[in-house]
Design a protein around this ligand. Structure first.
Ligand code: TYM
Length: 325
């Protein structure tokens, strides 16, 4: 299967991004043809600092590599280095109904969050995302829950294109992880963990051991003291149990047993150790790659070249079907 996914290089990737998306990519790359993108054109739809963007792109690449994405196997590249993404987005924009775009919850959320930055790019963001996927004829898209609606719209656009101009695209399916598709904020466990929230609310993949420990120890928990999974009554502890379980590869039930008769404090201390240890390779890789700019840029250049070959072929087909060539 051809797999496509991407992450915005907005700085501070967190364990939600890892558990919702990247962790799935690692196993998928074993038996599929995978294309993993760093979507910088999406990152500029919300306020950003141009001086930070290149650093964030390299940091995101470091995360991909530290997590275990193998650049020999999978294609890793930066979206803006393959100009066909923007071209296809324009073409697909001409068949995407405004009404569909107005329904997108991410657009609604982000325009509430950045009231003075509601730009046309933010509105047409899902069309660019559909173009990312369809340019590579992606058949499956491993993402977290919040991106499901965008992949559904991609299916709608693919179907519409095929009906109107003749079959070019597959209708891609979403791959959600069984657990971890929506990791919640540490400070408000009723909300999704998000890069744009206060730093205390999310654990960055590059956080220092001290920061990780501080954030987990002060994470919002619930009344009572038993370490038990119950999303409605104990959303805070349930979220922490989910993280614990995913990072140790142990069932929640077994972890609950370890903490019978102990309180939230002991549980959080143990979770802090688990997270600090799990994220150690990320901190190491980031440091290592900071001194190996040339190596990282070389991976991205090779990735872009492989991506371009596929993208150009698809575009030739699309142009021809649409009567543009
Ligand atoms: P982005 O950059 O916001 O997030 C990257 C990935 O992380 C997942 N994610 C989460 N998963 C679980 N719990 C959370 N709290 C959490 N927060 C984020 C997201 O679902 C996503 O999989 N539009 C996309 C980027 C994109 C893309 C694409 C993805 C652009 N083009 C094509 C797939 C295919 C986005 O903003 O993701």
């Amino acid at each position: 299967m051809r797999i496509f996914s991407g992450i915005r290089p907005t700085g501070g990737l967190h364990i939600g991004n890892y558990l919702g998306a990247i962790k799935q990519w690692i196993s998928l790359q074993e038996s599929n043809e995978c294309v993993f993108c760093i979507v910088d054109l999406h990152a500029i739809t919300t306020p950003y600092d141009p001086k930070e963007l290149q650093k964030n792109i390299l940091d995101t690449t470091a995360v991909y590599l530290a997590a275990g994405i193998n650049p020999e196997k999978s294609v890793i590249f930066v979206q803006s280095q393959v100009k066909e993404h923007a071209e296809l987005a324009w073409l697909l924009g001409t068949i995407t109904p405004m009404g569909e775009l107005s329904r997108m919850t991410q657009f609604k959320d982000k325009s509430k969050q950045h009231k003075d930055y509601i730009n046309a790019g933010l509105f047409t963001y899902p069309v660019l995302m559909a173009s990312d996927i369809l340019l590579y004829k992606g058949q499956a898209v491993p993402v977290g829950k919040d991106q499901e609606q965008h992949v559904e719209l991609t299916r709608t656009i693919a179907k519409k294109f095929n009906q109107k101009f003749g079959k070019v695209f597959d209708e891609p399916e979403t791959i959600l992880p069984k657990t971890g598709a929506k990791i919640m904020s540490l400070t408000d466990p009723k909300r999704k963990m998000s890069k744009s929230d206060e730093p205390k609310s999310c654990i960055s993949l590059f956080d220092s051991p001290e920061d990780i420990t501080k954030k987990i120890m002060s994470a919002e928990t619930d009344s009572g003291k038993d370490v038990i999974y119950n999303v409605t009554k104990k959303p805070g502890i349930s979220n922490l149990l989910t993280i614990y379980s995913l990072l140790t590869d142990r069932p929640v039930k077994e972890i609950e047993k370890d903490f019978v008769g102990k309180g939230y404090g002991d549980f959080k201390k143990s979770l802090a150790t688990v997270v600090v240890n799990y994220l150690e390779p990320f901190r190491r890789k980031q440091k290592e790659l900071q001194t190996r700019d040339v190596y990282v840029k070389d991976i991205l250049a090779k990735g872009a070249s492989r991506a371009r070959t596929i993208a150009e072929t698809t575009m030739a087909e699309v142009r021809s079907k649409m009567g543009l060539a």
